[in-house]
Design a protein around this ligand. Structure first.
Ligand SMILES: [Zn+2]
Length: 364
């Protein structure tokens, strides 16, 4: 490549143009397979940054060895407008060269998001909410003991787990977190606060309430959401299951393969499909959420020795075809979202009013 090249800064790319050269750092990178009549081709997309700003990009030719954090020199790129945003386009005419060993300070701009709308597609964001459930843990890092803070952040749309490496999290504090990193861990989204993240005390301009959501509006595994839905199908294997007393795993025989002498206990379990007019989701629920709605006294398994058939009968009578409010967490399983119900209750008159208000707001 020519060293006399005139490199553009990202902040100056503000219109549709072609034949541009720039040096930038890869801030996020994802790939997608595209099928056409010639077969399958791969394209890449993500965000590039330099010391002046960030820009989304699409690349039709890109080395598969490139990674997030790499600094690259790009020649003959073009820009185009897509959904009101300028994107950088790297195509067959463009040249991309990696600059190994180079690092670059990046000026990031973070858009403010509601927790429900967080996704891996936008890995750095600004969010506002209330901190709860704080736990401190000491961990060793590079021979030094550091304190990590774990907690939840909630706003008026959802709840997300937060890990902080740098700043103490205070129970009940309301904060604005600028430049939090979104990642996925064990099928759930998580926010990370590092020393590059800014955390400031903030007054919330919203109220934290029931957090009703349309099923179709949830695209990421976020927690603390309520669905107003109808249960349209109950899984045939719902009922009473056995779990190992030691590892709590569901077992099919009367003993656990790893702890054969430790015995088992019985547990309630149900899976069902909930539909709300915007979409449907497969749900799972355990003892704590089922006991109440099925009218069982606490710990009925020991005292009543209820059978799977009896539970199934009660489930069908109480839930099938009925409007309910289910609260819980979305979890990602094999690329699709399922819902873990923490509570299930029949829709009351009060709930119905809230749902109607919610739907009226949607229309406005
Ligand atoms: Zn076991």
């Amino acid at each position: 490549m020519s060293t006399k090249q005139n490199f553009l800064k990202i902040s100056s790319i503000d219109s549709v143009s072609s034949d541009m050269a720039l040096i930038a750092k890869i801030l996020s990178l994802q790939k997608k397979a595209l099928k056409n009549d010639k077969g399958e081709s791969m394209y890449y997309y993500g965000i590039l940054g330099d010391e002046t700003g960030t820009i989304p990009f699409t690349a039709w030719t890109f080395s598969s060895s490139l990674r997030v954090g790499d600094v690259i020199e790009i020649e003959h790129a073009s820009s185009r407008e897509y959904n009101g945003t300028i994107r950088l386009n790297i195509d067959a005419r463009s040249q991309v060269v990696m600059k190994p060993g180079t690092d670059m300070e990046v000026k990031r701009s973070y858009s403010e998001k509601k927790i429900r709308d967080l996704s891996l597609k936008e890995p750095f964001v600004t969010v506002k909410g209330k901190i709860s459930g704080v736990i401190e843990k000491e961990k060793e890092k590079n021979g030094e003991m550091i304190t990590l803070y774990y907690g939840n952040l909630e706003d008026d749309t959802a709840v997300i787990r937060v890990t902080s490496f740098s700043r103490k999290l205070e129970e009940g504090e309301t904060v604005k977190i600028v430049g939090a990193k979104v990642s996925e861990y064990n099928g759930r989204l998580r926010l990370t606060i590092s020393d590059k993240t800014q955390v400031e005390h903030a007054d919330l301009d919203f109220k934290i309430g029931i957090r009703l959501s349309n099923i179709s509006d949830v695209k990421s595994p976020i927690s603390g959401v309520s669905l107003a839905a109808v249960i349209v199908n109950i899984g045939a294997k719902s009922g009473v299951i056995k779990r190992c007393k030691t590892c709590n795993r569901k077992i099919d025989d009367d003993f656990c393969e790893e702890h054969p002498d430790d015995g088992f206990y019985k547990d309630l379990f149900a899976y069902f499909t909930a539909e709300d007019g915007t979409g449907y989701v497969h749900c799972t629920s355990g003892k704590s959420s089922l006991e109440e709605i099925l009218g069982l006294t606490p710990d009925p398994l020991e005292t009543q020795n209820i059978t799977s058939n009896q539970v199934m009968k009660k489930l069908n009578e109480t839930l099938l075809g009925k409007p309910v409010v289910i609260s819980g967490d979305f979890v990602k399983n094999n690329d699709s979202l399922t819902f873990r119900a923490r509570t299930i209750k029949q829709m009351s008159e009060d709930d119905l009013r809230i749902v109607q208000m919610f739907e009226a707001e949607e229309i406005i």
